[in-house]
Write a protein that binds this ligand. Structure first.
Ligand code: WQD
Length: 323
């Protein structure tokens, strides 16, 4: 199969590309290399294209035609919540505008199958009883432009299904971490595990943003999913698009199990043998106490289930950090 992967040179994309290559698919990477790196994609073809530019539609359609592309995995996006709050129009332009251009190119080239990287950020601060697992039927209510842009993309993709038969799977990622190979670690330091590793390896202690939440140890609980499991979910989604006629689906990608900030930091101490004595800081605005995925839909429909636990995630993140 010939698959075009946008954002294929990035942290998550490069894992998807490597798994596709391992199973023998032909891979075309589209990446603007703003955060992606050329040496992460092996032998895959690379088209350096900024999706949000007006001229991207022609370039993308040409790349799809040239490589006989049958499916698109759309991962490329801006993904920093704080930055999206400061630059909302740019986030909409990059994420929503980029997706609009990609859809136009797919229509032009006659490519009708798409997997889209969405996010648990679409849920916002869900109005459900504390501790409830979030299923896909919870009404999305994003609280920042990043989450809004992802939800707007989901809507646009769904509308393309109604309009001209695009078939899509939208994966709502929870907290992605770890590394499938030591050379494919997360190069960005924007999330808890890399932030804590950077602090500890620079002789500082990590901060815990609030320890008075209504959770057993008072710190926020998240659903950490290994990036290799997540990448594997993309392959399962692609196979599902080949065998099912469903026009539009959305699935959570998580483990169904939560870990508190304290638990993650304890695991980091265990994996690194570094001394971890975190400082307690103020709550970070916009942090829900608990966000854990209900993963029954993806398990029953795609037959996908995460296999790596928190220890495997942190061990692999640490190996990649030292790479
Ligand atoms: C995890 C927990 C923090 C740093 C974000 C995006 C979300 C998705 C995943 C893309 C929280 C706490 C963090 C620190 C801490 N991204 N923390 N000290 O906010 O759950 O999710 O990444 O789709 O959209 O919002 O992830 O890693 O920032 O935080 O105590 O130095 O760790 O408060 O409870 P988050 P995170």
């Amino acid at each position: 199969m010939s698959v075009l992967v946008t954002g294929g040179a990035g942290y998550i994309g490069s894992h998807v590309v490597r798994l596709l290559q391992e199973r023998g698919d032909q891979v075309v990477v589209v990446d603007d290399l703003s955060t992606g790196e050329r040496d992460r994609i092996g032998e895959a073809s690379l088209a350096v294209i900024d999706l949000a530019r007006d001229d991207s539609v022609e370039k993308l359609a040409a790349a799809m035609g040239e490589h006989g592309v049958q499916s698109v995995i759309h991962i490329a996006a801006k993904k920093q919540v704080g930055e999206s709050v400061k630059r909302p129009a740019w986030y909409y332009h990059q994420n929503v505008g980029g997706t609009a251009n990609l859809l136009q190119a797919m229509e032009q080239a006659g490519v009708s199958k798409m997997m889209f990287s969405s996010s648990a950020a679409t849920y916002g601060m869900p109005d459900v009883p504390e501790g409830t697992l979030l299923d896909e039927d919870v009404t999305p209510s994003p609280i920042n432009p990043y989450g809004e842009s992802k939800l707007a993309c989901e809507w646009m993709i769904r509308a393309a299904g109604t309009a001209y038969g695009l078939r899509s799977v939208n994966l709502r990622y929870f907290n992605v971490a770890g590394a499938g190979w030591p050379d494919l670690g997360d190069p960005g330091v924007f999330n808890l595990i890399p932030i804590a590793l950077q602090a500890l390896t620079s002789g500082r202690q990590p901060s815990v943003f609030g320890n008075d939440y209504p959770t057993p140890d008072g710190t926020c609980i998240r659903d950490y999913v290994h990036v290799l499991d997540l990448a594997d979910a993309h392959l399962a989604a692609l196979d599902y698009l080949d065998r099912d006629d469903q026009p539009y689906d959305v699935f959570n990608v998580g483990t169904g199990h939560g870990a508190s900030v304290t638990k993650v930091l304890d695991q980091i101490a265990g994996s690194t043998s570094l001394e971890v004595t975190p400082t307690v800081a103020e709550r970070r605005p916009g942090d829900p106490a608990t966000l854990v995925a209900d993963v029954s839909r993806i398990e029953s429909t795609l037959g996908w289930k995460a296999t790596n636990d928190l220890a495997a995630i942190v061990d692999s993140a640490w190996r990649a950090w030292q790479h």
